[in-house]
Design a protein around this ligand. Structure first.
Ligand code: ADP
Ligand code: MG
Length: 141
């Protein structure tokens, strides 16, 4: 099934100059960008995005990190895009991520782990709508 997922190239990866490498990996895996923008998330935008994690001990550090510099926010479209992107990203902790994954290649820590990817159809729907109005999606190119 063709799906859409929300991806973020996080501030650590932008800072490491690997935007191009990460997008190359998406395209090579059949995950086609249908919307893309660079933005410096404010702390409150990061808090809204990660609201499901607000009770976690790492929430404040996470939203501080996510608002520490610009990110690249994308909608990816492809066959089983949500799961496919999770596999391409690798485990949350880069030290546990399989070789060949984005986090194994570019993640520095469990927090600064290079990329975000939606984890279910429900979160993908919320996250895509959080950043992109439907008119900004270039579907099926
Ligand atoms: P994922 O991004 O793999 O879906 P989670 O949804 O569990 O992982 O966590 C969201 C983000 O919060 C992670 O990508 C990471 O940046 C950060 N994070 C997760 N667990 C921790 C932790 N134990 N300590 C610090 N930051 C964390
Ligand atoms: Mg998650």
């Amino acid at each position: 099934m063709v799906e859409r997922t929300l991806a973020i190239i996080k501030p650590d990866a932008v800072n490491k100059r690997v935007i191009g490498d990460v997008i190359r990996r998406y395209e090579a895996a059949g995950l086609n960008p249908i919307a893309i923008k660079m933005m410096h998330l404010s702390e409150s935008i990061a808090e809204g995005f990660y609201a499901v994690h607000r009770a976690r001990p790492f929430f404040h550090d996470l939203t501080t990190f996510m608002s520490s510099g610009p990110s690249v926010v994308l909608v990816l479209e492809g066959e089983n895009a949500i799961q496919a992107n999770r596999e391409l990203m690798g485990a949350t902790d880069p030290q546990k991520a399989e070789a060949g994954t984005i986090r194994a290649a570019h993640g520095a820590s469990i927090e600064a782990n290079a990329v975000h990817g939606s984890d279910s159809p429900e979160t993908a729907n919320f996250e895509i709508g959080y950043f992109f109005p439907s008119m900004d999606l270039q579907a099926g190119h």
